[in-house]
Design a protein around this ligand. Sequence first.
Ligand SMILES: Cc1cc2nc3c(=O)[nH]c(=O)nc-3n(C[C@H](O)[C@H](O)[C@H](O)COP(=O)(O)OP(=O)(O)OC[C@H]3O[C@@H](n4cnc5c(N)ncnc54)[C@H](O)[C@@H]3O)c2cc1C
Length: 201
Amino acid sequence: MKRDIAIIGGGIIGSAAAYFLARSGQAGDVVVIEPDPSYEFATTPQGAGGVRQQFSVHENIEMSKFSLGFFKEFADHLSDISDVPNIQFKEQGYLFLVTKDGEETLRQNQTQQASLGVNAELIEYPEIRHRFPSIERSDIVLGCFTPDDGWIDPNSALWGFRRAAEQLGAQYVRARVTSCQCRNKFPQKRRSKNPQLANFR
Ligand SMILES: Cc1cc2nc3c(=O)[nH]c(=O)nc-3n(C[C@H](O)[C@H](O)[C@H](O)COP(=O)(O)OP(=O)(O)OC[C@H]3O[C@@H](n4cnc5c(N)ncnc54)[C@H](O)[C@@H]3O)c2cc1C
């Protein structure tokens, strides 16, 4: 079997990658190698399904903004695909809470998130008590609330991506990869401009 792109593992990451590659129509043949179509031991079905923009790294925030928008309109994006499960997006927001030690970091993160267009609101503890009465801890000093964030059913999202990828031409092969041979060397190490990612390739 010869294919242009082989994706190892058909969980939500592999299936989403297969979907976007197949959707582009320019990626060539895509095969996803996945040994267990029941996903019994995969991480995805065990996830809580939280989709949040509260990150500290620029790239993560941008990726989450994209994901959030995509998940909110999941059914529309996949409207040409049959048998897409309802991922049950619930826009309930995310609330991060910190004690004094984390206050400065939370403020820095909120500044960065807001500068990237995220609706992220800092809330002092008395206001947290007023808006979220179930939260009562005297050591909390500050919160950051992103009301646009929410929750999905990750198993449904996985199957939505997988069905879409398959209907758009990606092939799922039931097998387990046991070894790989790399014929081409990886490109020269490129350093990110982001100091937090400087040591990652
Ligand atoms: C309790 C819990 C709560 C979480 N909550 C959240 C949350 O709220 N929000 C969030 O964003 N994330 C959350 N996560 C993390 C999230 O679930 C994972 O990041 C995500 O599911 C990873 O997807 P994946 O496709 O990489 O991995 P998986 O879903 O594990 O898929 C990997 C696939 O690779 C296959 N595979 C393994 N070895 C091979 C091989 N040799 N050859 C071929 N295939 C192979 C496996 O069969 C599997 O299907 C949570 C995770 C847990 C455990």
